[in-house]
Design a protein around this ligand. Structure first.
Ligand SMILES: [Zn+2]
Length: 314
């Protein structure tokens, strides 16, 4: 059975290669935080520790070339070309890079992403960008993210999402999502990862989200699983990341979700911070006990619901 060829969830900032980050850190005389070293060794850390590890690499995205390198790194986690359409749905946190961290200008960020996307396209890889706001930074932050990205938004920015710690209720975030939707962006959210499964329901019903990242906590709630099936809500599931970051996950719910009819597909999430590749996630899915029918569904879903393969990104 052939590995899917679309990475359905990768963060640009989290895709930087460990060797690249080590080299940049050494140039600046900096030492990677213990949490990042632990994740590179494939050890689980608390979500707060992951955020520290994630932000460390962001500090080296100081020009368009570095951003292009990050796009390249995300593309490098795809399997070799097989003739099937290849692509990455790429999450990006411009507000953190441009405003909070002030690492580079918005123009430099857009240029780096654009250069990376053009290079990927020349190699037959399609990329769509989903703008990520941080849930626990609050709703005002969400509006600031949109203030930053909506004017002069590049055509490859197709979606808006929240990530981070699931602390602020989705009903509070609803006006931000509505503003993004009215501006023509599709809506996704990290939910049911470090927060309860009920956040998945709230993201869909309160904030109008059409796609869920992770959602693994939803599996224990039959009514919620039914909602996901009825509304054909895609779930981007990232087993390596889940095992590292979701406390008390137990047996991974991916097999149960697929068998219930939820439209799951695989993503690498932060493959430079929590090392993996798309073939690595595929191998992990096989080891979770999926049947060949389950795997075929998982493979098909990757392309069927991918925003990078939607015609609007042309
Ligand atoms: Zn993510």
């Amino acid at each position: 059975m052939v590995c899917p060829t679309v990475d359905r969830h990768a963060h640009l900032e989290g895709s930087l290669d460990p060797a690249w980050v080590r080299a940049r850190a050494a140039e600046k005389g900096l030492v990677p935080p213990a949490t990042l070293e632990a994740l590179w060794r494939k050890e689980a850390v608390p979500f707060e520790g992951f955020i520290e590890a994630f932000f460390f690499g962001c500090g080296f995205l100081r020009n368009a070339e570095a951003v292009r390198d990050a796009v390249r790194a995300a593309v490098s986690r795809l399997p070799e070309a097989t003739g099937e359409p290849r692509g990455v749905d790429l999450w990006l946190s411009p507000h953190f890079l441009v405003k909070q961290g002030a690492f580079l200008t918005l123009d430099a960020l857009w240029k780096g992403v654009d250069d990376g996307i053009r290079e990927a396209r020349a190699a037959g890889v399609r990329i769509a960008v989903i703008i990520d706001a941080v849930n626990h930074f609050g709703v005002d932050h969400g509006h600031e993210v949109l203030d930053l990205v909506l004017p002069g938004r590049p055509s490859w920015v197709v979606g808006f999402s929240t990530g981070g710690l699931e602390r602020v209720p989705f009903r509070d975030w609803a006006p931000v999502f509505e503003r993004a939707r009215k501006a023509g962006l599709r809506l996704a959210a990290h939910a049911g990862e470090n927060g309860p499964g009920s956040n998945v329901r709230d993201a869909i019903l309160d904030a109008g989200v059409e796609r869920i990242v992770h959602g693994v906590r939803a599996a224990s709630d039959p009514a919620l699983v039914e909602l996901l099936v009825d509304r054909k809500i895609p779930l981007d599931v990232c087993p390596t990341s889940n095992f590292a970051l979701v406390p008390d996950l137990g047996a991974h719910p991916l097999p149960a979700l697929i068998r219930a009819g939820v439209r799951c597909a695989l993503g690498t999430d932060d493959p430079g911070v929590i090392p993996t590749t798309l073939p690595g996630e595929w191998e992990m899915a096989r080891n979770l006990g999926l049947s060949s029918e389950d795997l075929e569904i998982l493979r098909r879903n990757a392309a069927a619901d991918a925003w990078c393969l939607a015609s609007s990104t042309d």
